[in-house]
Design a protein around this ligand. Structure first.
Ligand SMILES: [Fe+2]
Length: 157
C-alpha cells in the first residue's frame, strides 16, 4: 500500500472481513438522509478532502507559471475547509480516537500504516498552517514556497 486511499480500502476490507472493529458495524446518515455504513461514510469524507486536494493540484503549476491567475481567497478557503473538516473533524474526532486505535491491534502491518498516517496528519497540519499564512491577504504572501507545499500535500491523501 502506497497511498492513503489504498490504506483506507484495505482498512474497509479488513473491518468487513474481521468484523471486529467496532466502528464497522456503525451506521451514519448520508447527504439525503439515507443510512450508510461507517466505511461508506469514511470514504465519502475522503471524497470531500480529495476535492480540496484537486484545488491544490491544479493551483500549484499555475502558481509557478502565472501566480496572478490564482485567487489567494480560493486557496485560503480551501485550506480553511481542510483545517476545519479534514483535520479538526475527520482526523481528530474520527480517525485518531476511534478508527486508528481499533486498526492498530489488527496486525503489525496495519499498525505500521497507522503510525505513518499519524505522522502524515501532523505534517499536513503544518502544511495547512503554511498555506493559510500565505493566502490570508489580498495577494499571495510568498508564491515561491507555496507550489511545493501544495504539491507535497496531495500525495499524503
Ligand atoms: Fe482520513
Amino acid at each position: 500500500m502506497k497511498t492513503r486511499r489504498e490504506f483506507v480500502v484495505a482498512l474497509g476490507a479488513a473491518t468487513v472481513l474481521a468484523g471486529t472493529v467496532p466502528i464497522a458495524g456503525c451506521k451514519a446518515l448520508g447527504e439525503s438522509g439515507e443510512e450508510v455504513s461507517a466505511n461508506e461514510d469514511l470514504m465519502r469524507e475522503h471524497g470531500v478532502l480529495r476535492r480540496a486536494l484537486l484545488v491544490y493540484a491544479l493551483a500549484a503549476p499555475r502558481l509557478r507559471t502565472d501566480p496572478a491567475s490564482v485567487s489567494p481567497a480560493a486557496l485560503h478557503q480551501t485550506a480553511v475547509l481542510f483545517r476545519q473538516f479534514g483535520e479538526d473533524y475527520h482526523e481528530r474526532r474520527l480517525e485518531e480516537p476511534f478508527i486508528f486505535p481499533a486498526v492498530k491491534g489488527q496486525s503489525p502491518e496495519l499498525a505500521h500504516y497507522v503510525d505513518t498516517l499519524l505522522a502524515q496528519h501532523q505534517r499536513g497540519r503544518e502544511v495547512t498552517d503554511f498555506i493559510m499564512s500565505q493566502t490570508g491577504g489580498q495577494k499571495l504572501a510568498d508564491s515561491r514556497g507555496l507550489p511545493d507545499a501544495l504539491d507535497s500535500f496531495v500525495p499524503m491523501y
